[in-house]
Design a binder for this molecule. Sequence first.
Ligand code: M6R
Length: 614
Amino acid sequence: MCGIVAYYGPNNAYEYLIKGLRRLEYRGYDSAGIALLNGDLTIYKNQGKVSELEAIAEGNNLEGKRGIGHTRWATHGEPNTVNAHPHQSQSGNIALIHNGIIENYATIKKVLMQRGHEFKSETDTEVLTHLIEEIQVKEQVDLLEAVRLALNEVVGAYAIVILSKNDPNTLIAARKGSPLVVGIGKESGEFYLASDATPIIEYTNQVTYIDDNEIVAIQDGEMSVKTIDNVVKSPFIQELQISIDSIEKGGYDHFMLKEIFEQPKSIYDSMRGRFDAENLTFSMRSLEEYASKIKNLDRIIIIACGTSWHAGLVGEYLIEEFSRIPVEVEYASEFRYRNPIVTEDDLVIAISQSGETADTLAAIEMAKDKGATIYGICNVVGSSIPRTTHAGAYTHAGPEIGVASTKAFTAQVTVLTLLALGIAEIRGKITQDRLRTMFSELNTIPQKVDNLLQSCNEKCKEIAAIYKNASNCLYLGRGYNFPVALEGALKLKEISYIHAEGYPAAEMKHGPIALIDEEMPVIVIATKRNYYEKVLSNIQEVKARKGKIIAIVTEGDEKVAEIADHYIEIPDTEDSLTPILATIPLQLLSYYIAVMRDCNVDQPRNLAKSVTVE
Ligand code: M6R
């Protein structure tokens, strides 16, 4: 949450800052601000979007070869202009941007106020800015040392960047718990900083990911890195693997629609090179390395949040079906606080698109402390979770910019399918015939998704037009399709603000059935191989109460199609692979309903893509 960018180099910073903030706006859009160092510190900031900031800045002095920028998801203090970043020190000489939370800010603020500091905002960030200046003046140290000493007093999470009017050739940045990437520019002494690599890729593909407790100093055109304990580090420069096309809308109206339509490719990329269908073997290094651990496992715990948690539920069904190991799926936020029983014999699978979700990260640390082996399934390369886990697999879905997760989910489910099959193979729980069937069916999935996108898009639009004004919606599914129902409901509520609930179809009669009347659309996933007859009965129960049925059915189905008010066909596949296909029309349905309700699909209210606060 919150996006930060910074530039240090021979050119004007403004263009990079504004473009970068637009790219990071998915991380928060409550307010935006920049500071430019041009002899003086020029600051523009405003409540609202980056476009509004641009309108304010335009026509003014935009000179400055060093600059910092911030797009905010409010935590401390309401989303207004005063609380917008950058924040300044008591003298106004230091400007700072921050992503994270300074937990002990109130204590520090009290002490600083006793020493005469006056604060303009309600934020935790402003306190850190004042603290750095106070230390610099009191201890008579340079900016880098003042930042280092201040960070030693701070409890919490941060990615920060600091500029000082008194040190025009210096830019300091640091991270703990919030992401920070430095791009090495093409010109001498040129550096681009950001919360993730998307703003940087247009300018350079050489980057270094900063680790927790590290401080980056760019002084007189040279970069150095040290820890907050004063240990010098050598930055590891690597080449970015993402392309500029992957972070642009490419002719689509919204990133979400583009990402939905990218799924044939993202699903293919998530399985590419990971199995050999002819020889029935896996090429997943993480599986090989942990083979002996996997053989002796008693239990697997899956931790995640939101959509990733739904993928985790599909993972539970997959792993239990194929490898017969008990699986528990936990909300990371609950797991981390309830002192769960975790032992060295457990494998904990952490799933996260962003790789930065604070609760998932904290849950990983806790499980690690208890001795468990942690396996990460993440999308963002170089993010915090893959860097803290013992082993893992990237989903390779490519950048997901829309706040509502779509292609990340289907890629996570694909990787979990491979993992379930791989574990089953290592433990001798799957026959060669079954493995052959699964591999050959997996190979057909990208094409089936492609066909499905073409065949169901218009139908989803038509159904969306009928139900766009609904106030409630129920999603039902059984077995593998229960997590799909949960995911469908989450997608609808987060982007269209229609209240929606997902349920196991059989649970309907234990409560939700009371809600059903002629106004209630009920979306039922009723595919052939997933408890078809049972779901059929559930549909009848809804129809008997005049509910409206929108059914997701297997191609050629006649029974459900006959009684449903609307139906969308999906290609036939293995029951265990149904979630990947059944999710697609639900994504499209939510998308079109949200568009028809004039909602901001890519940036739904109150949400942020990367939830780096607990
Ligand atoms: O980056 P993560 O996968 O860890 O994020 C978890 C959730 O915040 C995320 O899935 C969220 O629920 C999405 N907005 C769902 O579309």
